[in-house]
Design a protein around this ligand. Structure first.
Ligand code: ADP
Ligand code: MG
Length: 290
């Protein structure tokens, strides 16, 4: 892009809450044929709430939820916030030896008991899951919910279902991108059933679910290796490496500092329509300035 083109686009962009970090943002925007979206906080609002707590025989749902919250209070994940918000501070015992595993979950010691909260696959690795909890998990996931398991002293005793809602701007944006001939994908660490439910609701072409943060980068590299010119849209701490790997990185909404640092374009409004507007800025400057 010429310096003039960048100046004009920057001025228009600022009015729309779109900030371009340099020439590269304009040049890459014109070529994009594939857009990869993060799910939580990007396609969805990212404001999760607990909608159900299921426990195995001999356990109390409020106790299991309070025990999980005792560990989650030390985490910044959206699932953690939902679990903490579902409990009151005075019901929450102290946690020791807290450890967070990115893309998997958290663990710690509460009242002398070892507690693990996280993705079912990670929590239940190598241990049996009571049939009623496995069934509750499957039902909730088929309804688009995220489910985490709670294990206490090595036994899975709870399943917590959390729900999020899709942004109003998601479906119209995906429709518009399809009209522009752009292929859309959604990438998430969440379970495949929940991810597919969200993708179906908004019309996204392809879903990459149960992907670890490190694998998100590999998926984008593979798309680029296939000759695609890829934009990545994300908001989270985990999205930084993927934003930096894509041909064009867009940080959206109340994006984290990590996402903002790694991105080429910052979308201040939480509205996904900004993605289409950002691509439009680049196209407009090519037609008007030579
Ligand atoms: P996303 O791609 O939606 O940002 P992450 O990669 O952060 O998801 O996490 C993937 C999965 O790991 C979550 O859906 C959840 O099951 C589990 N997980 C991660 N962090 C936590 C946490 N603090 N508490 C419970 N579960 C967690
Ligand atoms: Mg996110």
């Amino acid at each position: 892009a010429t310096p003039t083109a960048l100046m004009v686009a920057s001025g228009r962009g600022a009015q729309l809450g779109i900030f371009l970090k340099g020439h590269h943002a304009l040049d890459a925007s014109r070529e994009i044929d594939t857009i990869v979206f993060d799910k939580t906080g990007t396609i969805t609002r990212g404001e999760l709430t607990v909608v159900g707590t299921f426990v195995s025989a001999g356990h109390d749902a409020d106790d299991v939820l309070a025990t999980a919250a005792a560990v989650e209070v030390a985490s910044e994940h959206a699932v953690a916030k939902a679990i903490v918000d579902a409990t009151t501070a005075d019901a929450r015992p102290e946690v020791h030896e807290f450890v967070a595993d990115a893309g998997k979950g958290v663990s710690g010691v509460v009242d002398g008991h070892r507690v693990v909260v996280g993705s079912p696959r990670w929590v239940a690795r190598g241990i049996a899951v009571p049939a009623d909890l496995a069934r509750a998990r499957r039902d909730a996931e088929e309804h688009g919910r995220t489910v985490v398991y709670v294990a206490i002293d090595g036994a899975v005793c709870g399943a917590i279902a959390v729900s999020d809602t899709v942004k109003d701007s998601a479906a119209p944006t995906i429709t518009e991108l399809r009209r522009l001939g752009i292929r859309t994908l959604m990438v998430t660490g969440d379970n495949a059933a929940a991810a597919q439910a969200v993708a179906d609701e908004v019309g996204i072409d392809e879903v990459l679910a149960e992907v670890l943060p490190s694998e998100k980068v590999a998926r984008i590299e593979r798309l680029r290796g296939e000759g695609r010119v890829v934009a990545m849209v994300g908001d989270g701490i985990n999205d930084g490496p993927a934003l930096a790997t894509a041909d064009l990185g867009l940080a959206i909404g109340r994006g984290t500092d990590v996402a903002i640092a790694a991105a080429d374009i910052i979308l201040v409004r939480n509205d996904l329509g900004s993605v289409v507007e950002a691509l439009g800025l680049a196209r407009a400057t090519r037609h008007t300035i030579r």
